[in-house]
Ligand binder design. Structure first.
Ligand code: 4AD
Ligand code: MG
Length: 463
């Protein structure tokens, strides 16, 4: 027997065509089917979508006692010889010489029976759902996409920076920071005091690593951060999480155009990579989750993204003759219904909207010459809406300081950020790509809660 964790993985076993080879695998039983004299077991170990078919002959010493009692969810270790499979759709199967039951799963209790379960039901058993085909495929695709993100930036010479998770700056200024404190209410008054704050001032979980990424961009040139992000956003939608992951590149000596180019290149790179490297999982999504998914993704990799300004977007929405729930006028923040209409029905491909009104965007975005818009860009994709938000940053000290004041931010609290504009300031730009929105787009999953292993939403954080 090979040692613990040393079993070959089923994905590699299935690629071998060498009949006669002895192997040992370990995994979870998906199904058992008995015929006269032997049983077929479908075993999955999570390395790929496909199961390995095991032939368990009645001559196995524990056939009656163990093998015939195996049910969905039991874990087994199987030793045997690979043989060519007569069955369609699989090259090899494993003729077992030994089957060890590692862990039983009581069929009366185990919630994952062979039938298809709804994603809502599976969310109630977050701890078991990665054992299903769809959620297993999401996990593998998510892992590959993460790797693709790093490969893309590393190949381009970007330096990864670990920005803080606990921070004292609210980058987006939207008041959505979770507070971090050890302070307990005073025994007498029942009130907590700021003097008790662990960091000596109000701190929270980061809503974006951007401001700190700017620090490193203005020293190292091109950097990126890829980390957990938290927003106490009370929006129970299919596209919002309270904890999500964000990729934020930041580039010195770069303007909005360079920023848009990198974002488009990166999205295309990630899509191509995952279609090339996860073909079986992607085929599953294409067949069962979103019909036409692969064609949609190829459309994205093969066509240039569309570009319009915010003002043009507003004009299009006003003249399209459609009534929206949120009325459109210049100055409003585009709602998801507007974003999706533009990318799904007007442009039918990813769309970059630029130059939003300054009043609806955070203080750090660079003010345009017209004085009323900023050098912002959002990328909208069909099905998901906003997937990327970014901008050129305000590099002019005076303009930045007055934008801060206008936003009700005390410049004294952001002295370090202003210093970047006092000493060797330079034009720079960056963006944030919501990683779960990317996984959602790539897998076609309708709800973002299916594309993160342990979703956190208002009222929901089971483990
Ligand atoms: O547009 P946002 O708020 O931009 C920023 O945070 C900038 N500081 C980024 C930057 O320029 N470095 O967020 C960026 C992206 C959104 O486009 C969306 O994809 C995702 O993060 N996002 C969320 N994803 C899941 N759940 C939420 N609650 C999200 N909020 C934003
Ligand atoms: Mg945004």
């Amino acid at each position: 027997m090979t040692g613990e964790n040393m079993h070959p993985r089923i994905n590699s076993v299935l690629q071998r065509q060498t009949a006669g080879e002895k192997v040992e695998v370990a995994g979870w039983v998906r199904t058992r089917r008995d015929t006269g004299g032997f049983s077929f077991l479908e075993v999955n170990d999570g390395s790929c979508l496909a199961n390995l078919q095991i032939i368990a002959d009645k001559t196995l010493e524990n056939y009656e006692q163990d093998v015939k009692r195996l049910t969905t969810g039991c874990s087994v270790r199987v030793e045997g010889t690979l043989q060519k499979s007569p069955a369609k759709g699989q090259a090899v199967e494993l003729l077992a010489s030994r089957i060890e039951v590692v862990g039983w799963a009581d069929p009366e209790q185990y919630p994952l029976q062979k039938k298809r379960h709804s994603f809502e039901f599976l969310r109630e058993i977050t701890h078991l759902r990665p054992r299903t085909n769809a959620l297993g495929a999401v996990a593998r695709v998510r892992s590959r996409l993460s790797f693709a993100v790093h490969s893309f930036f590393q190949q381009k010479g970007f330096i990864q920076v670990h920005t803080p998770i606990i921070t004292t700056s609210d980058c987006e200024g939207a008041g959505e920071m979770f507070q971090v404190t050890t302070a307990r209410p005073h025994a007498g008054t029942g009130k907590g005091g700021l003097e008790e704050e662990f960091f000596g001032r109000r701190a929270g979980l980061t809503v974006s690593g951007q401001l700190q990424a700017e620090v490193y961009a203005l020293a190292l040139g091109n950097v990126y951060t890829f980390g957990p992000t938290f927003r106490a956003e009370n929006s129970n939608t299919s596209r919002h999480l309270a904890e999500f992951w964000m990729i934020e590149p930041e580039m010195a000596f770069c303007d909005l155009h360079g920023n848009m180019r990198i974002a488009e290149e990166m999205l295309k790179y990630c899509l191509r990579d995952v279609m090339l490297n996860c073909p079986e999982d992607m085929d599953l999504f294409d067949r069962f989750i979103e019909k036409g998914l692969l064609a949609k993704l190829r459309n994205v990799t093969d066509l240039d993204f569309a570009h319009i300004t915010y003002s043009e977007a507003v004009e299009t929405l006003l003249s399209c003759g459609k009534t929206f729930e949120f009325a459109v006028q210049w100055g409003i923040d585009l709602q998801s219904e507007h974003e999706r209409y533009l990318s799904e029905e007007v442009y039918k491909r990813p769309l970059i909207v630029t130059d939003y009104p300054a009043a609806i965007k955070p203080f750090y975005m660079r003010v345009n010459d017209d004085g009323r818009t900023v050098a912002a860009m959002d990328i909208l994709v069909p099905g998901v809406g906003e997937i990327v938000g970014g901008s050129q940053r305000e590099e002019r000290y005076d303009v930045l300081e007055s934008r801060m004041r206008a936003a009700g931010i005390d410049p004294a609290e952001y002295g370090w950020y202003l210093d970047l504009r006092r000493y060797g300031s330079a034009p720079h730009a960056g963006f944030g790509l919501g990683f779960e929105r990317l996984v959602q787009f790539v897998t076609g999953m309708a709800n973002i809660r299916e594309v993160i292993p342990f979703p956190r939403t208002p009222g929901f954080a089971p483990c």
